[in-house]
Design a protein around this ligand. Structure first.
Ligand code: 5GP
Ligand code: ZN
Length: 124
C-alpha cells in the first residue's frame, strides 16, 4: 500500500510490505544472493526443488512498474540464471505473477525462479 505514481523513483521503502521487511532484515530469510540492487531468497512454500525469489531492494509494485528500469529488470534475469546454475543445472522457469487474479499476493515485485526438476505445466 501507499505507492502512487507521484512517489520518487528511488529509495522507496514500505514498512507494511513483507518483502521490504525481509530486505531490511526485520523478517528472517534464507538468502542465496545479494548485491546493491537485488536480493534473492528461498520461498517459504517451495513449489519446486529450487524455488527462489529475486527481489529488487527498492519497493516496486509489479513487473510493469519495474519495466521503467530496464537495466534492473535485466539484472533479475541474470541473477535468476546464476541462482539456477548454482543450485540446479542452470535451467529454470521465471515467473512474475502480476495482479491478484494472476496469483500475486505480495505487491513488491519478485521473480519466482523454479528449477531443479522436471517442472509441471502450470506450476504456480
Ligand atoms: P506471489 O503469490 O505474490 O507471486 O508470490 C509470493 C511468494 O512469497 C509466495 O510464493 C510465498 O510463499 C512467498 N512468501 C510470502 N511470505 C514470505 C516470507 O515471509 N518469507 C519467504 N521466504 N517467502 C514468503
Ligand atoms: Zn516492499
Amino acid at each position: 500500500m501507499g505507492n502512487s505514481d507521484t512517489e520518487p523513483a528511488t529509495g522507496r521503502h514500505d514498512p507494511d510490505c513483507v518483502f521490504c521487511r525481509i530486505i531490511a532484515g526485520e523478517i528472517p530469510s534464507e538468502r542465496v544472493h545479494e548485491d546493491d540492487q537485488l536480493i534473492a531468497f528461498k520461498d517459504l512454500h517451495p513449489q519446486a526443488p529450487v524455488h527462489v525469489l529475486v527481489v529488487p531492494r527498492e519497493h516496486r509494485r509489479d513487473v510493469t512498474e519495474l519495466a521503467q528500469q530496464p537495466d534492473l529488470l535485466a539484472r533479475i534475469a541474470t541473477v535468476a540464471g546464476e541462482v539456477a546454475a548454482t543450485h540446479a543445472d542452470g535451467e529454470f522457469r521465471l515467473i512474475f505473477n502480476t495482479g491478484a487474479s494472476a496469483g500475486q499476493s505480495v505487491f513488491h515485485v519478485h521473480a519466482h525462479v523454479l528449477a531443479g526438476g522436471k517442472l509441471a505445466e502450470g506450476a504456480l
